[in-house]
Ligand binder design. Structure first.
Ligand SMILES: [Zn+2]
Length: 239
């Protein structure tokens, strides 16, 4: 996997150390980042790329798997500093990334607010304010299920709805790697449906995982949890 780099972006929001794993795909013409961290993470991303021997400023594209704050939080900052970068997302998710439509995560948080116990209401409101402050950004190219691009040995877009309706995963044909976004998470070495409380449609999410059985995958890279080392079809069937 010499042309696929899994970044280790380490942070601590006061609940202990955590890591997210954005991925960079690279060939002689293209350098593509999949997902880009929380707000104000640009420097962390640059640093994480540097640690893998990759020059972040050489990026040509950013693919956003879905419009959650931890996946698109630094997108506008990246585009400001590197305006040449092309931003790619699904047709369904693009209007949320651009701000044309209201964030589904914010909508969920607003709907849940009245159900929260009193002691959680303040943090519920703070979460809503945090989501409202996420900077939107225009998407340059929209994609859909099955779209294929010759970049970096060939990549295919796989629609994996559930966590969010417009969620996509990225499949690298050459390296037989699936970049899962939040269609899957890796917890204690096991593939799981990412954060059930943030999964907007659990049935869809489970269907999306089973759909991945149709792909010849040797490695799954989860945004939350990193590289899965176990048996792929067992891992998918058991989650
Ligand atoms: Zn998410």
């Amino acid at each position: 996997m010499d042309q696929i780099y899994i970044l280790n972006v380490v942070f601590d929001f006061g609940y202990g150390e955590d890591t997210i794993y954005p991925v960079i795909l690279k060939d002689k013409d293209e350098m593509i980042l999949v997902d880009c961290g929380y707000p104000d993470f640009l420097q962390k991303l640059e640093q994480a790329a540097y640690e893998k021997g990759v020059d972040f400023s050489a990026l040509t594209k950013v693919i956003i798997t879905h419009h959650d704050h931890d996946h698109m939080g630094s997108l506008a900052a990246i585009k400001r500093k590197y305006p040449h970068i092309q931003i790619i997302a699904s047709e369904k998710d693009a209007p949320y990334i651009s701000g044309e439509l209201k964030s589904l995560r914010l909508e969920q948080a607003e709907n849940m607010q009245s159900t929260l116990p009193f002691e959680q209401q303040e943090s519920g409101r703070a979460f809503q304010e945090f989501l409202k402050a996420i900077e939107n950004e225009e998407v340059d190219l929209t994609v859909k299920d099955g779209d294929y691009f010759p970049w970096c040995g060939g990549i295919e877009i796989v629609e994996t709805p559930g966590h969010m309706p417009g969620h996509i995963s990225v499949y690298s044909k050459k390296y037989k790697v699936l970049i899962s976004g939040d269609s899957l998470a890796l917890e204690n070495g096991k593939l799981e449906i990412a954060a059930p409380q943030f999964t907007l449609d659990m049935n869809e999410a489970k269907k999306s995982v089973l759909k991945l059985l149709n792909y010849d995958i040797e490695t799954i890279i989860c945004y939350h949890g990193g590289e899965y080392k176990g048996d792929i079809s067992e891992g998918l069937k058991n989650c």
